[in-house]
Design a protein around this ligand. Structure first.
Ligand code: ATP
Length: 250
């Protein structure tokens, strides 16, 4: 996927102006980092076709911005920051609704396979409204992935999960990338981003502040400039980056 000169926003607020990114290849995880209100969610919504957008979003020869909503939703799976809304439905209904547009049959078997993949098959017949925040987040991920879209946009997919489940779900997300999906994540946890991302795009006030590997991007200079925090960055013995601020490990 190639994003060129993308501008987007809301009726009274332009959020991103003329953003271009290096190509995001199949098989990769790119994480968007940045302070609150930098425009991370807006960028995902623009790619998903949910807000007013100018510029080009190329997938091969296709410009996503020129596709119909139905064609675009076959190529892009979007997991929103707040868990999916269809709160009156059961978990299984939610996934089947997402699958219904594909015409794949039998839907219930496919839906159960997807739920099983993310470890929530036992929740299939429970109403969404009774789920815990973490359970709802795992189901939201299953819904985004259900139709097997090539692009996966996942907005803070682990924010409600305990530490073990965070690693579990990020492992699933890595497996999805290994299967050839183009994964775009929004995370706030810099250490998780360092551990799980191939590339990181840093946004600040709707502009690209940095793009590169975790080592390129998570530097004291960029942390100071974009997040306004003083930090040291160290590589621990097992290779992962540690970001140390005020003596606290992030
Ligand atoms: N529906 C909306 N209408 C008008 N302005 C909006 C709307 N949604 C978001 N914004 C504004 O767009 C800007 C970017 O918001 P966005 O949600 O993209 O930021 P973010 O980087 O994802 O933030 P956070 O880390 O806090 O989730 C903010 O100033 C926000 O107030």
């Amino acid at each position: 996927m190639i994003i060129r000169d993308l501008s987007c926003g809301y009726p009274r607020a332009r959020v991103i102006e003329g953003l271009s990114l290096p190509p995001l290849p199949p098989g990769s995880i790119t994480t968007i980092l940045g302070p609150n209100a930098a425009g991370k969610t807006s960028l995902l919504k623009a790619i998903a076709g949910q807000i007013e957008t100018e510029g080009r979003i190329m997938l091969g020869d296709e410009d996503l911005t020129r596709l119909t909503a139905a064609a675009r939703s076959g190529r892009v799976g979007y997991m929103p920051q707040t868990a999916i809304g269809r709160i009156g439905l059961t978990v299984l209904d939610c996934v089947m609704t997402a699958l219904a547009r594909t015409g794949d049959a039998p839907l219930d078997q496919r839906a159960m396979q997807v739920l099983d993949r993310f470890g929530v098959a036992d929740l299939a017949n429970r109403p969404m409204r009774v789920l815990s925040g973490g359970q709802r987040q795992a189901v939201s991920l299953a819904v985004a992935v259900a139709r097997n879209p090539v692009i996966l946009l996942l907005d803070e997919p682990t924010s409600a999960l305990d530490l073990a489940r965070r690693h579990l779900i990020l492992g699933h997300i890595r497996a999805l990338a290994d299967e050839g999906h183009i994964v775009l994540l929004v995370l706030h946890d810099l250490a998780f981003a360092a551990q799980w991302s191939d590339r990181i795009a840093v946004l600040g006030r709707g502009r690209l502040e940095a793009f590169g590997t975790p080592e390129d991007v998570l530097t004291p200079e960029i942390l100071r400039r974009v997040w306004r925090i003083d930090a040291r960055v160290e590589r621990c013995s097992r290779g992962s980056l540690q970001i140390i601020t005020d003596g606290a490990m992030l």
